[in-house]
Design a protein around this ligand. Structure first.
Ligand code: ZN
Length: 132
């Protein structure tokens, strides 16, 4: 995409994907203004992107690690895995009367996701981290 150049001739407020109103800069020379505007409207503002990344990091930190999650699964845990026509794997895990579902690119990844989701849903506590 060519870089816009020249003076900024207008700064209308445009709603972005996150719902925030942000200033969209109109340059004097901008062949691709329509595309830039479309992309602008389809994406979140930098603040919300940062917030979202932060939240995802925090949520991921709360989940037990792969090894912990698999160890916390109780005896009798059942996992079923189905490869769908679109190539995506859909898995269901049932343990202690709780069922969680997840999808992913491969059965291995899906089973780990299922274990982590189940542990989060069941409130099973990972062992206390060893003091360093
Ligand atoms: Zn925003």
């Amino acid at each position: 995409m060519g870089q816009p150049s020249g003076e900024i001739v207008a700064r209308p407020l445009v709603a972005r994907a996150c719902g925030c109103m942000c200033e969209f800069q109109h340059y004097a020379v901008d062949k691709y203004r329509a595309q830039r505007l479309a992309k602008f409207q389809k994406t979140r503002c930098p603040n919300c992107v940062a917030k979202l990344n932060e939240e995802q990091k925090r949520a991921a930190a709360l989940l037990p690690s792969k090894g912990e999650a698999l160890q916390l699964l109780p005896n009798g845990t059942q996992i079923t895995m189905t490869r769908r026509p679109d190539g995506v794997w859909a898995g269901t895990l049932t343990a202690s009367g709780k069922t969680v579902e997840a999808t992913g690119d491969g059965p291995q990844g899906v089973s780990v996701t299922l274990a982590r989701l189940w542990v989060a849903a069941s409130g099973a506590k990972p062992p206390e981290p060893k003091p360093k």
